[in-house]
Design a protein around this ligand. Structure first.
Ligand code: HEM
Length: 116
């Protein structure tokens, strides 16, 4: 599964931690997380990525629509986060095919996340 190719639990955790670091250092989007419980975000995102990629997890968090309501997340915000994610995946030497496979699983969520 894609889950295995991303490095299973360890690999997903490394992607999530890398992405958190990118977000923290990205002045374009960090403001959205000012009042967030980062521990929860970290745990829920890891669970969601595990679930989505065929791993042994079941996402137990809020829907994408619920959790992004009130932030008015723009296309530019979304692109900034994806840019960070790609940097992290490149650094972890994930193949281009697997990077694209993960991005393809996330892309359909854009409509639920944006402009809420
Ligand atoms: C494919 C893209 C994305 C995915 C898969 C995703 C996933 C998630 C998940 C799983 C949560 C936690 C839900 C929960 O607590 O139950 C969350 C929360 C959050 N996301 Fe996203 N997200 C995405 C894009 C974005 C973008 C682009 C932004 C803004 C730049 C953003 C900002 C936030 C914020 C601020 C929260 C925390 C909300 C709170 O404090 O409760 N997300 N997201």
């Amino acid at each position: 599964s894609l889950y295995q190719r991303l490095g299973a639990e360890q690999g997903i955790n490394a992607i999530v931690d890398g992405l958190l670091y990118q977000i923290e250092h990205d002045e374009r989007i960090v403001h959205h997380f000012a009042d967030s419980d980062i521990g929860r975000f970290r745990a829920m995102l890891a669970e969601q990525l595990c679930d989505l990629t065929g791993g042994p997890c079941q996402y137990s968090g809020s829907t994408m629509q619920e959790s992004h309501t009130g932030f008015n997340i723009t296309l530019a915000d979304y692109d900034a986060l994806v840019e960070g994610l790609i940097k992290v995946m490149q650094r972890q030497q994930i193949s281009l095919a697997d990077q694209n496979a993960l991005l393809a699983l996330l892309a359909p969520m854009y409509k639920d996340i944006s402009y809420r």
